[in-house]
Design a protein around this ligand. Structure first.
Ligand SMILES: Cc1ncc(COP(=O)(O)O)c(C=O)c1O
Length: 382
């Protein structure tokens, strides 16, 4: 089976439809000229709807981590207390960045467990310049309480930096309503463009807080703003033009579908996965509380007793479907199915059927019927 036959069902990169691939093969243009300016403006206009914000939005030629570093690196100075919530691999990354640039106050929870908002409030009472969190913690399949964290940050005058890398574009993320000062998304996730770009929205308050002497150079968000405000909208350094073409086409697809329909499709796809797991007696990995919920873009499940998560991943790969295992200490313990981007219900049903066949072969279930019926019911009733 060659690469073109593979179905990517991991939490990014996601399948990129031919329309986007074709858009990327256009000729190069002058990145300081009219054509690029129009391309960038078009992307920023659609992104404002996707982020639900009036804040400035920039596109960085670098993956999601570049935008994470831009956010923390521009705001945090050595003596600035930065509260970092962590319940998975990407929360850990933000915490590490906060430790490099600022004075990090880590609030760590077991991966996949929920935040304790009382603990956050206590930490905020001692003062902080910013709070960082991951909205959709991809490594654990948990959706963290952005609205509530935003309210607490605002109450204590702290900036709110939120990684929406795997929620923005696939779930409801009203950046302005939730008071997110800096929000981030990656191109290869729910927006379903190729990897390599990240998009970042920045509030006026956040710009005012970028008051330290040494801002990062390549990731200086003030430089991004200055370039975006020129007569011909542009980026400070040469952008990855083919990726911008791909992003523009991907955003047109987002706009044509409409965010409401897109969010519903993501939620239904993830609910279908969960229903199938329930029908097979497979447990979800996240430990929810009243503020957290299961992710609408990636489902994380505990590997069933006696079957290593990586073995499930390998068996799926042999049938042409790429799912994800667990990261770091979760390797082998969990497996993850992405339901993000331009994923179809057909893709979801094919994935569930193949997984059920593997579980049947391994003696975990006796029939594949219940899983398929449970998922189909969710999709039918959506
Ligand atoms: C929630 C989250 N944040 C950040 C990242 C890092 O993004 P990138 O790999 O594009 O640098 C990822 C990647 O999977 C992610 O899922």
């Amino acid at each position: 089976m060659d690469l073109e036959d593979k179905l990517l069902m991991m939490p990014g990169p996601v399948n990129v439809v031919p329309r986007i691939l074709r858009a990327m093969s256009k000729p190069m243009i002058n990145h300081r000229g009219d054509a690029f300016s129009e391309l960038y403006d078009d992307c920023r206009k659609i992104l404002a709807d996707v982020f639900q914000t009036r804040n400035d939005i920039f596109v960085i030629s670098g993956s999601g981590t570049a935008a994470m570093e831009a956010a923390v690196g521009c705001v945090a100075g050595p003596s600035d207390r930065i509260i970092s919530l962590e319940n998975g691999k990407f929360g850990e990354r933000l915490k590490d960045l906060a430790g490099i640039y600022g004075d990090v106050v880590p609030l760590e929870y077991e991966w996949g467990h929920s935040f304790d908002l009382d603990e956050l409030e206590k930490a905020l009472q001692e003062g902080a310049k910013a709070v960082t969190m991951v909205h959709n913690e991809t490594s654990a399949g948990i959706l963290n309480p952005a609205k509530e964290v935003g309210e607490l940050a605002k109450k204590y005058g702290a900036l709110f930096i939120m990684d929406g890398v795997t929620s923005i574009g696939g779930d409801n993320v009203p950046v302005d309503e939730w008071g997110v000062d800096i929000a981030i998304v990656g191109s290869q996730k729910c927006i379903a463009a190729p990897p390599g770009l990240s998009m970042i929205s920045v509030s006026e308050r956040a710009f005012e807080a970028m008051d330290k002497d040494n801002l990062p150079y390549y990731l200086d968000l003030k430089a991004y703003r200055k370039s975006a405000n020129k007569d011909k909208t542009q980026t400070p350094y040469t952008p990855a033009i083919p990726l911008f073409y791909g992003l523009q086409e991907a955003l047109h697809i987002v706009a044509e579908e409409g965010m409401e329909a897109r969010i519903k499709r993501h939620a239904t796809a993830a609910a279908a996965v969960r229903a199938a797991m329930d029908a097979m007696g497979i447990e979800m990995f996240p430990q929810l509380n009243e503020y957290s919920r299961y992710s609408n873009t990636v489902s994380a499940m505990k590997a069933p007793e006696g079957l290593d998560g990586n073995k499930i991943k390998k068996a799926m790969l042999e049938s042409g479907i790429i799912i994800a295992g667990g990261q770091a200490h979760l390797s082998g313990k969990i497996f993850r199915i992405g339901s993000m981007g331009n994923v179809s219900y057909g893709d979801i049903m094919r994935t569930i059927q193949q997984l059920a066949l593997i579980f049947k072969k391994e003696g975990i279930i006796s029939s594949i019927g219940p899983a398929i019926e449970a998922a189909a019911d969710v999709i039918d009733n959506a």
